[in-house]
Structures are given as C-alpha cells and as structure tokens.
Design a protein around this ligand. Structure first.
Ligand code: ADP
Ligand code: MG
Ligand code: MG
Length: 254
C-alpha cells in the first residue's frame, strides 16, 4: 500500500527581505485511497507545503523529510516526483504560450509513463475526460491556460489529474473562484479519480464548501506553518461555524 509521509518538515522561502521560515514542523501521513483536507487561513503556509511536495525551487527544506513508500522525495527532481506518482494542481495555474492543451497532455503523459500512449486509446481518453468535465472540444487546441477563465484553469488541472493517473494528488485551492456548478463538476472529476485509481488526496482549501462534494477522511487545521489540530470530517463543520480565530489565539499564546 503506497504511503506519502511528511516528517517534521521545516521550510523557508527566499524573499527580498531575506530568508523567511514558513513551515515549522509539519507531520502528515497519507495512505493511498485516503483524502486529507488541509484547512487554514491565508498566509498559513498551505501553498508552501504543496510546492515543497512538488519540488518548487523557491522553497528550501531546512529539515525534516518527505518520503513516498520510503523513497526520499526531497532528493528527486520535479520530473522524478511526477514519475513517482505525485501530482500538484496549482492554486494559480500558469500560462504556457505556444503549447496547446493536446500537446501538453500528451507530452506530460509520455514523460510520466516513459512511453507515448497508444494514439487511439489516448484520443478516446482525452475526449471522454473533457466531456466529463464539460469542456468544449475546441479547448484542446488552445494554448495552456492562455485566456482561460478561473474555472477553465481548474478544470484543466483536473483533466490532467484524470489522464496522468497519479498515486497522490495535492489539490491547492482547486475550489477557489468556482461557482457551484463548476465546483460540482470538478469534484466529480476528483471523485472519479479516487474511485478508478484509489488516489490519495491532499485537499488544500480555505472553505468547507468543497468538502460537501469530496468527503475527507481526515481534516487538519493548518495555522502558522504547522498542523494545529486534526480530526475527522466533523472538524470541518466546526470550522464552518467557528472560523479560525480560536486557533489563531491559541497560536499567539504558544
Ligand atoms: P497559504 O497558501 O496558506 O495562503 P502561502 O504558503 O502561500 O500560504 O504563504 C505563506 C507565507 O509565505 C505568506 O506570508 C507568504 O507571503 C509567504 N510566501 C510564500 N511564498 C513566497 C514567495 N515565493 N516569496 C515571498 N513570500 C512568500
Ligand atoms: Mg493564500
Ligand atoms: Mg495558498
């Protein structure tokens, strides 16, 4: 059974003002098939955690470890992490001028699998995933994220998730900026991946709304660079009623 383990992770970022510590000892274990929600206020370091798992060069790991089935993820390049089965849906997906969605997906799939997907199956898979995500077929020939609306960018992230079939997916605020219909469509995509591939999910969100559609097995409250409390789905309901104030106050007294 595949497992992603994060141990006492400390991460800092280089800023114009110097080195800024952000993550202050994160511990998290995600088994394949599990969904873990990370909820927390803005600026608490949620995206930093996502980028560190994916291998973004701007974030420096000062101490701690990330392993995938015991393999040292931090020693892997970004490409190696993707090939090992890690996937990140970014909070702010980037434009790739001159690269169409079709070419991007096929190149990514080929890089991850180590061989090009058989063309007829592949075209069928892309079409059916796009249909599931209610993406117009003209989308395939557009440049990645160029002129995409917020909702279209998020759908394109989930399209990658469906086609690349990772073992673990980190979804960084995939819900933000989506209206209810788009939220349902995107959530259905994630749930399909969970059912079809027994995906492990780290669902980062600011709001409880998406958790009505993607049910978490565990909820972690993330404050000031670390997990302040963890529990089951009921913790999300509590946050919905109480907000993060209680945790912020607690943190201030530490
Ligand atoms: P969240 O996703 O929870 O909103 P982030 O991880 O984006 O939090 O940011 C945590 C803190 O780190 C914030 O204070 C943010 O300004 C800072 N930070 C994150 N990335 C950078 C960066 N690349 N350069 C400068 N500061 C950063
Ligand atoms: Mg933020
Ligand atoms: Mg963020």
């Amino acid at each position: 059974m595949a497992v992603l383990e994060i141990r006492d992770l400390h991460v800092s970022v280089e800023t114009d003002q110097g080195t800024k510590p952000i993550l202050r000892g994160v511990d998290l274990t995600i088994n394949k098939g599990e969904t873990h929600a990370i909820m927390g206020p803005n600026g608490s370091g949620k995206s930093t955690l996502a980028y560190t798992i994916a291998g973004h060069p701007k974030y420096t790991v000062d101490s701690g470890s990330i392993t995938l089935d015991g393999q040292d993820v931090l020693a892997m390049s970004v490409d190696e992490r993707a090939r090992a089965g890690l996937f990140l849906a970014m909070q702010y997906p980037v434009e790739i001028p001159g690269v169409t969605v079709t070419n991007f997906l096929r190149t990514a799939k080929t890089a991850i699998d180590g061989e090009a997907p058989p063309i007829r199956h592949w075209i069928k898979d892309v079409k059916s995933s796009m249909k599931n995500l209610r993406m117009d077929s003209t989308f395939a020939e557009r440049n990645v994220n160029e002129g995409f609306s917020g909702g279209e960018k998020k759908r394109h992230e989930i399209l990658q998730l469906e086609l690349l079939k990772p073992t673990f997916a980190v979804l960084d605020e995939t819900d933000s900026g989506l209206d209810v219909d788009a939220l349902k469509i995107v959530s259905e995509g994630v749930n399909r991946a969970k059912e079809n591939t027994n995906l492990g999910v780290l669902l980062i969100t600011h709001y409880t709304r998406i958790l009505r559609y993607i049910r978490p097995d565990f909820v972690h409250v993330f404050v000031n660079g670390r997990i302040a409390e963890q529990g089951g789905p009921e913790l999300a309901d509590r946050l919905e009623n109480e907000g993060y104030d209680r945790f912020l106050t607690d943190e201030a007294t530490v």
